[in-house]
Structures are given as structure tokens and as C-alpha cells.
Design a protein around this ligand. Structure first.
Ligand SMILES: NC(=O)c1ccc[n+]([C@@H]2O[C@H](COP(=O)([O-])OP(=O)(O)OC[C@H]3O[C@@H](n4cnc5c(N)ncnc54)[C@H](OP(=O)(O)O)[C@@H]3O)[C@@H](O)[C@H]2O)c1
Length: 261
């Protein structure tokens, strides 16, 4: 357990709420050391001992570490002075420099979790700007390990790129699942069976990859020269990997430039 006071601005939203819940469930900080804020003013975590405030400056004044979990377009209206504090931003597309300038924080960490924080299965890359102490880095790592896995990255631009990769969480699998089901239905497979088959591929069969190497799996299936090899070859000939590259670059371009508040 860490004896710092942690404040989460927007601590009742999708990401902020899931992180707040996990931090208490995993015992990272005592419930009395968690302060959350929103504008609408109520949240079930208050029953567990967390404080809920609507004044963000009050939250900042009482916290050693402040997480900003509001939407990027809501950032400029926050109007907080975090002089001397560490601010951890979850906001896509807002630079560490812009956060430091607006909040006056001593150190800014940009972190990019995904929607799977809800089931504690996010991957969260994080980047430190300014003089972040080793003990703070340990706290950041442990904080995001409450909702999955996490790793420090050495360049801020990696956060923008990874916003379009792991930051999208279930988006690519959802697209794949929908495409598989739609194509099966077009081929005459009944809708309920098509949905079950596509869901199995994306959600269940993919669990094998938790303990196996993906490239080795592909190589083995291609070497088998069966049905799967033919399907994978058609994907490769259709420039699947290049399409993925273009998708990631398109997302990263928005993360780099398109979300400035
Ligand atoms: N969702 C994702 O998959 C995802 C992935 C990667 C990164 N992100 C980043 O994570 C951040 C949060 O996203 P989200 O999906 O969790 O958003 P969200 O569900 O809309 O949550 C935002 C929260 O902020 C609160 N809020 C808004 N203005 C506020 C203010 N002035 N003071 C205090 N609280 C305020 C809102 O509550 P009230 O309306 O009650 O104030 C709400 O609880 C975004 O910046 C996004 O870029 C999200």
C-alpha cells in the first residue's frame, strides 16, 4: 500500500472510474487517500471511504499525485494550479508541454490505457516529462498494473502512436469480429451461427495466444498447407499488414495533431 494521496479529476468516467475502483480493490492506496471529482456530484466509491469533490482545485490541493481523466476537449476549462505536484494525464492528443503550461505541474506523465481497464486487462504505456522521481515512477507503474499491464516508454511520440494501437482497446477485434460474421452471413451461414463462430475466433480461440508466440502459430498453420493456410495467404495477398499500418498511422496522426483543445 502506498501512503500518497491520489486525486482523479473525472474519477467517475469510463477510465477514471475503473481506475479508481481498481486502485481501492487492489489496495494501492487507503480509501481515505483517494479523492475523485466530477461536475455531477455522486459516485458509489464514496461508500467505500473515497472523497468526492466538485472543486478541482480542492482536489489538487489535497493530492500529491493528480490524474486527469476528463475528455481532451474538457481540459482547458479545468483551470487548476498544480504547482509542485505530479500530474498524470490520460488525455489523448494533449502534449506534456501543454499540460505543464496550463497546470504548472512539476512533472507530467502521459499514460494511455484502454477501455479494458473495466476488466483490468488494459495495456498502459506511460511517458514521463520533467523531473519525475524514481519513487513516483514506481507508483505510476503500480497504479496502471491495477488495471492490467504497463510499461514506461522513452519518447512522447510513442504515446501518440500507441493511442492508435493499444489505446483503441477492443476496436480492432470488434472490426474483425463484425467482418467475419458479416461475410459468413453473406455466404449463407445463418446469423446466429455466424455470430457464434466469429465471436469464438476473436474472443475464445485467441486465448491460445496468451501462451504461444503469434508468428510461430502463423508459420505452423501455413506449413500445414490446409484451409487456414489458404485463408491467411488470401489476407496477405490483400495487403492486410499494410492496411493495418495505414490504420495505425491515421489514428496516430489524429493523436498528434487533431485533439488539441
Ligand atoms: N475511453 C477510452 O477507451 C480511452 C482510451 C484511451 C484514452 N482515453 C482518454 O481518457 C480520458 C477519459 O475518457 P473517458 O472515456 O473515461 O471519458 P468519460 O467517460 O466521458 O469520463 C470523463 C469524466 O470527466 C468528468 N468531467 C468532465 N468535466 C469535468 C470537470 N470540469 N471536472 C471534473 N470532472 C469532469 C465527467 O463527469 P461529469 O460529467 O459528471 O463532470 C466524466 O466522469 C479522455 O481524455 C480520453 O482521451 C480514453
Amino acid at each position: 500500500m502506498i501512503n500518497e494521496t491520489l486525486g482523479i479529476i473525472g474519477g467517475t468516467g469510463w477510465l477514471g472510474g475503473a481506475i479508481a475502483k481498481a486502485v481501492l480493490a487492489k489496495g494501492l492506496v487507503p480509501s481515505g487517500n483517494l479523492i475523485i471529482s466530477n461536475r455531477s456530484g455522486n459516485h458509489p466509491l464514496v461508500q467505500q471511504g473515497a472523497s468526492l469533490v466538485t472543486d478541482n482545485q480542492d482536489l489538487v490541493d489535497r493530492s500529491a499525485v493528480v490524474i486527469i481523466a476528463v475528455r481532451p476537449e474538457q481540459f482547458t476549462s479545468l483551470n487548476i494550479n498544480a504547482t509542485g505536484k505530479t500530474v498524470i494525464s490520460l488525455m489523448a492528443g494533449i502534449t506534456a508541454q501543454a499540460i505543464a503550461t496550463q497546470t504548472l505541474a512539476a512533472a507530467v506523465v502521459r499514460a494511455m490505457p484502454n477501455a479494458a481497464v473495466e476488466i483490468e486487462q488494459s495495456f498502459t504505456p506511460w511517458y514521463c516529462s520533467g523531473g519525475v522521481e524514481a519513487t513516483t515512477k514506481i507508483l505510476v507503474q503500480r497504479l496502471f498494473e491495477c488495471v492490467g499491464t504497463a510499461a514506461e516508454v522513452q519518447e512522447e511520440d510513442f504515446i501518440d502512436y500507441l493511442s492508435a494501437l493499444s489505446g483503441t482497446g477492443p476496436a480492432f477485434p470488434a472490426l474483425l469480429m463484425t467482418a467475419l460474421a458479416n461475410q459468413a452471413m453473406l455466404a449463407g451461414i445463418p446469423g446466429d451461427i455466424a455470430q457464434l463462430a466469429a465471436k469464438n475466433v476473436v474472443v475464445n480461440s485467441s486465448q491460445l495466444l496468451a501462451s504461444r508466440d503469434a508468428q510461430q502459430m502463423i508459420d505452423a498453420l501455413v506449413a500445414y498447407r490446409g484451409v487456414t493456410a489458404a485463408a491467411l495467404q488470401a489476407m496477405t495477398q490483400g495487403h492486410f499488414e499494410e492496411q493495418i499500418g495505414r490504420a495505425l498511422q491515421a489514428g496516430a496522426a489524429v493523436a498528434r495533431t487533431g485533439l488539441q483543445a
